[in-house]
Design a protein around this ligand. Structure first.
Ligand code: PGA
Length: 254
């Protein structure tokens, strides 16, 4: 069994007062062992504080981006090594908002993922089609190309997570049908097996409008090994709702 992961992406949200939401999640999740690995990716300004606050919990900390080099003249950027130093274990790379807001290409994403792995972080590599690409039937081609160009050769099940996030499903309240998600996740699994062999059990998360109300349906789809959650990760009650659905599904499957 691939151990499930629920990761929360706070995006550019969260002030010091928001730490209490994460602390509430941490308090509720102090008990181990539950099946789900929980990751919270706050803005970088909150990383070091949360690293202290969550040190006695099972919550891992992630960042939302990193630079491709370790240090140097890159004003405003943060390296993977710095994130590790601040207490992160994980970093998201290639989120569609980075790809569109900062014109990041898959080769840039791969360079960032390489840097993350070199620093000892786990990389969550995001891929996903736009509404336009989906409407002309290009979803699987786009996913295959983004994955092959974004994924480091050194990826393994312990340092890489793939997140399938249809761009049109992010923050929209819309989700693909369970059949469509299963088709994409099967295709990603096949591509990972072709590259790394069937033993490479890299987790594949679904992201895009995951809520407590649809989590059971989405997390029960074959080859969906967890969720990358945006809006619903900002509130402790909603995020805990998704985590508990995941725990229940995987407790049942033992
Ligand atoms: P959402 O965002 O859950 O708010 O749709 C998901 C994401 O962008 O990771």
């Amino acid at each position: 069994m691939i151990k499930p992961i629920v990761a929360g992406n706070w995006k550019m949200n969260g002030l010091m007062t928001s730490l209490r939401e994460a602390i509430t999640v941490g308090k509720a999740e102090r008990r181990s062992p539950e099946p789900t690995t929980v990751v919270i990716c706050p803005p970088v300004t909150l990383l070091a504080s949360l690293a202290c606050d969550l040190s006695r919990t099972r919550i891992k900390l992630g960042a939302q981006d990193c630079h491709a080099v370790e240090a140097g003249a890159h004003t405003g950027d943060v390296s993977a090594k710095m994130l590790m130093d601040a207490g992160a274990t994980t970093v998201i790379v290639g989120h569609s908002e980075r790809r569109s807001d900062h014109a990041e290409l898959s080769r840039d994403v791969r360079a960032k993922a390489d840097a993350a792995l070199a620093a000892g972080l786990t990389a969550i590599i995001c891929i996903g089609e736009t509404a336009g690409e989906r409407n002309i039937g290009r979803t699987l081609n786009v996913i295959e190309r983004q994955l092959s160009h974004s994924l480091p050769d050194g990826s393994t099940a312990s340092n890489t997570i793939v997140a399938y996030e249809p761009v049109w499903a992010i923050g929209s309240g819309l989700t693909p049908s369970t059949t469509d998600i299963a088709t994409v996740h099967n295709s990603i699994r096949g591509q990972l097996q072709a590259k790394f062999g069937s033993g490479a059990r890299i987790p594949i998360l679904y992201g895009g409008s995951v809520k407590p109300t649809n989590a059971k349906e989405l997390l029960s789809i074959p080859n969906v090994n967890g969720a990358l959650v945006g809006g619903a990760s900002l509130r402790a009650d909603e995020f805990l709702g998704i985590i508990h659905v995941c725990d229940e599904i995987y407790a049942d499957s033992d």
